[in-house]
Design a protein around this ligand. Sequence first.
Ligand SMILES: [Zn+2]
Length: 297
Amino acid sequence: MNMPPSVCLLLLLLLGIAQTLPVQEKESHKGGHEDSHEDGHEDSHENGLNDSQDKGHEDGHEAHEEDTIDITTRILTANNGSKHFLFQGDLLAPKTRNAIFCADSSCFWTKYSNGYVMIPYVISNEYTANEAAIIENAMTGFYASTCIRFVRRTNEYDFISIVSKGGCYSELGRKGGLQELSLNRGGCIYRGIIEHELNHALGFQHEQCRSDRDSYVQINWENIIDGDAYNFYKQQTNNLNTPYDYSSIMHYGRDAFSVAYGRDTITPIPNPNVPIGQRNGLSFWDVTRINILYNCQ
Ligand SMILES: [Zn+2]
């Protein structure tokens, strides 16, 4: 399957080619699969994901602050069997979009004269009040330090439709018109996952696909499930003059798409013990990039 060039290009546009110091934070989590592919084929990640790790968390209780499953593991587990072909695990990138279209910022959301980037959304009534509250509460994670605001749609043309379909996945950037962001009730109602998918909708790709990633992580190709190697291809990304960020909420966990438990697919270098795949929330650099991309004041 060919990876849509749009993905790479968008990243390129988003992130400048600047790299400074790699960033890392304190948390450490293991595991981790993450997102996607993109076009529209059946997702074939039925095998190779460590489903067993997540089973205990898919039943509805939501305060998982202390769990140890990383975000990519959760996302990929939830996406097992998805009818969609997801690029890099959770990206539902339209084939029709070419990165070239992003050159005029059409892939990004509109900033209004009030200084806010207002992103209309609707949320499916299949969620319980509690689930909807978790989703909307996760949106507020963007509010304290960015100019992003998610607002209930009235009649706007472009909007995000949050639904519980077969996995956790999102479009990359603003698609135009209705765009789906799936948060499956059984496996995606976690703050970190919600923020991760919303950040895709803002236009952000996975950290380990950055153009300069080879200086910061080693990809262990031999440990990647057959057919999934393309999920680790580098993209032409606009790194926005920000450093490689191991602590980004957009970073895969170390065993994303691994053939077996303990066979890491991503190893930070030179220090292999640097935590990756955190799912606690937007990192400092995640926030910084949003502010740069959307020119928040
Ligand atoms: Zn993702």
